[in-house]
Design a protein around this ligand. Structure first.
Ligand SMILES: [Fe+2]
Length: 287
């Protein structure tokens, strides 16, 4: 019973969060090394089952994070403004630092969203690795869109059939007070996706919206926007949510096809740096 396969089974310790509607902690794994096929399969199965995996005590270089990510899919490039640094353009450095290297007081991505939902192939997974954390706070919050969809009444679900939402990077930037350049607009045109999408691997339906969700296709802008806001209020109730309190060395991997997430600016962002390394894996056409 000393084969590598059995050793992997014994060493990989996956603990679902008992009081949360999503998520599991994974121990007994070093993400800086290539994973065996069996471990990859176990990790991916757990990712589909729990939607969010938390790996503790990791220490990955940017290149190692890229190599880890590539084991689960194709890496997605980032938007023009978020493009990684020259040493590794596929790693987006999430940070509250300004060009002078000092904390700006601003925390990006603090509204509920699913990564790159405006893309022709929105992200299937995001992998985020803590680099520098504030002494407290700077949490990342998650909401389970399977659970939010399943909690709707049958008649409410029916009203969502065939409804498509226009996802717009331009509009979501406008909402945070930034006007995009023409080059940025060309880089990220809008796309319309089902409001209730079918997860391509689990077959379960999940609400698909968030801060890039602009309005409902074919309906007046204000009416559609109001519907999306009301659904988001429903979908982000406490009972559907989990709050991740970061620890040094944490790596998170989550499923963008069935979760919303946001950064919580619950720390003094003008005083403390918060830096994380992000990779995204390309998904499929939402249907
Ligand atoms: Fe995000």
């Amino acid at each position: 019973m000393s084969t590598q396969a059995n050793k992997t089974k014994i060493d990989l310790d996956i603990r679902p969060f008992s009081k949360a509607p999503l998520g599991a902690e994974v121990r007994g794994i070093d993400l800086s090394k290539p994973l065996s096929k069996e471990t990859q399969a176990t990790v991916y199965k757990s990712f589909l089952k729990h939607q969010l995996l938390v790996f503790r005590d990791q220490k990955l270089t940017k290149q190692e994070q890229v190599e880890f990510s590539k084991q689960f899919g194709e890496l997605e490039r980032h938007t023009l403004r978020n493009r990684g640094q020259e040493d590794e353009p596929l790693v987006h450095v999430v940070s509250n630092l300004g060009p002078d290297g000092k904390p700006t007081g601003k925390v990006n991505s603090d509204m509920w969203h699913t990564d790159k939902s405006f893309r022709p192939l929105p992200s299937m997974a995001t992998i985020l690795h803590a680099q520098v954390l504030p002494p407290n706070g700077g949490d990342t919050c998650f909401a389970n869109m399977y659970a939010a969809y399943e909690a709707l009444s049958e008649s409410e679900k029916e009203t969502l059939d065939d409804v498509k939402v226009v996802h717009s990077w331009e509009l979501s930037r406008e909402n945070i007070g930034r006007v995009m350049s023409e080059e940025e607009k060309r880089d990220a045109p809008t796309n319309a996706w089902p409001l209730a999408r079918v997860h391509p691997e689990t077959g379960r339906k999940a609400l698909f919206m968030g801060m890039h969700a602009s309005h409902i296709e074919g309906r007046p802008l204000e009416e559609g926007r109001a519907k999306i806001i009301a659904l988001e209020e429903h979908a982000t109730q406490q009972k559907f949510c989990h709050r991740h309190t970061w620890q040094s060395g944490d790596v998170l991997m989550w499923d963008n096809r069935c979760l919303l997430h946001r950064a919580d600016p619950n720390f003094d962002a003008s005083l403390h740096p918060r830096i994380l390394h992000r990779t995204c894996l390309r998904g499929t056409t939402p249907a």
